[in-house]
Ligand binder design. Structure first.
Ligand SMILES: Cc1cc2nc3c(=O)[nH]c(=O)nc-3n(C[C@H](O)[C@H](O)[C@H](O)COP(=O)(O)OP(=O)(O)OC[C@H]3O[C@@H](n4cnc5c(N)ncnc54)[C@H](O)[C@@H]3O)c2cc1C
Length: 375
């Protein structure tokens, strides 16, 4: 590859890198180059369940909750735009989510969640066991009760990746796949380019969106992999219309008859393996939700690596130590959910040169080892 120049280089072609590339192009930045080590979206972004559930597990209102709700609420317009731009339906399913209480302790927890979310004016319904089973007859007879979250929805994340990749292509962004970024090129405290496996790209701005591999490019903040395994069942007709969640597992119905059952949360390094123990645990969790799962054929299994920062929160915004370096990583369990807002806020920070206060709690500088100098 001869030496090329770009205005902005994005490292990583998962849902985060692709969404930012699209947002930059839509804000008028034409000279964007996205560099992806393998194929677009082939890592965590394809492994995910596509659930957009800020409310389901939230026990209070904090900065992360606000970010997640705002991002979820961008999905209907994103789905419409992507359909217009690419003709691809990302299968945004707005049926909602049921969160089951399958033990007495689960029930105490959901009552508390119901109370704070109702007080906060959020949409949530408390259902008796009978009402929940009337809505979804497949759920276990042992259900004590359930919460229904009408606004916590799901998207077909693999179709989302395809639509984003098509959109980015139409918008004229250069995508280099099968190309690894080996290191950042920095002159003093300023970005001047990246060294890739196929040559150098000169640029003044870089977005680090390499998911769980981000720390191979810059050590701090440390992003570590949390493995999640998934079992794909076939259910025709579909077992459930809602996403069904419990404190231990979940079932996600897809329009084509696939029923995703997840997941595990393992510190297993970068070994992206499906294990007998992982599959056994997922099936146990799924059968607890719905004994009917026992009759369904298993059609696929896979594993992916969730990118986690030390405090479990995303790492978003400009780097205080190196001018021109922006982080968009550490999305952990919520990268599909957070992609639309991440793209808006990071592209705004790059184009307008200022960051919104919304990003402050997620700044990469919270992990900085440099002492803050007082003057
Ligand atoms: C089993 C499972 C279920 C999940 N379910 C959900 C869910 O329901 N809802 C939700 O919101 N989130 C979910 N997630 C989390 C979500 O998948 C991630 O947070 C999200 O995909 C992260 O996106 P990303 O683009 O940062 O990372 P990735 O998709 O991993 O993309 C990073 C990309 O960077 C590339 N890369 C790495 N190093 C380099 C380099 N040096 N040079 C060039 N390219 C490089 C990689 O090849 C990769 O393609 C789930 C994850 C798993 C594993």
């Amino acid at each position: 590859m001869r030496e090329i120049h770009a205005d902005v280089v994005i490292i990583g072609g998962g849902v985060i890198g692709l969404s930012i590339a699209r947002a930059l192009a839509r804000r008028g930045v034409r000279d964007v180059c996205l560099v992806e080590r393998g194929g677009l979206g082939a890592e965590a972004s394809s492994a995910a369940g596509g659930m957009l559930l800020p409310q389901v597990e939230a026990d209070g209102h904090d900065d992360f909750f606000a970010l997640a709700c705002r991002s979820r609420d961008l999905y209907p317009s994103l789905a419409a735009e992507l359909r217009d731009e690419t003709g691809i339906d990302i299968e945004l399913d707005t049926t909602g989510t049921l969160y089951l209480a399958l033990t007495e302790q689960d029930y105490e927890d959901i009552e508390q969640r119901y109370e704070w979310q109702t007080r906060a004016g959020l949409a949530v319904e408390l259902l008796t066991s009978a009402a929940a089973r009337e809505l979804e007859p497949c759920i276990s007879e042992a259900t004590f009760g359930a919460l229904r979250f009408p606004n916590d929805i799901q998207v077909e994340n693999r179709r989302l990746i395809t639509a984003l990749a098509n959109s980015v292509n139409t918008l004229g962004i250069t995508t280099l796949t099968e190309t690894t970024v080996e290191r950042l090129i920095v002159d003093g405290h300023r970005i001047t380019g990246v060294q890739t496996s196929r040559g150098e790209i000169s640029c003044q701005r870089i977005v680090l969106a390499a998911g769980t591999w981000s720390s191979f490019i810059r050590r701090i903040p440390a992003i570590t992999p949390v493995r999640g395994q998934m079992v794909c069942l076939e259910s025709k007709p579909q077992l459930t219309r809602h996403v069904i969640f419990s404190p231990r597992g979940y079932l996600v119905p897809r329009q084509d008859g696939r029923l995703l059952a997840g997941s595990t949360s393992e510190n297993a390094g970068f070994a992206k393996r499906v294990t007998a123990g992982g599959v056994a645990m997922i099936l146990r969790q799924s059968l607890e939700i719905s004994p009917s799962v026992a009759n369904l054929p298993i059609v696929d299994t896979w594993a992916g690596l969730r990118p986690r920062a030390a405090d479990g929160l995303p790492v978003l915004g400009p780097c205080g130590e190196i001018d021109g370096l922006f982080y968009a990583t550490g999305h952990y369990r919520n990268g599909i959910l957070l992609a639309p807002l991440t793209a808006e806020l990071i592209s705004e920070a790059i184009v307008a040169g200022k960051t919104t206060p919304l990003l402050a709690p997620f700044s990469p500088d919270r992990f900085s080892t440099q002492p803050v100098l007082s003057v």
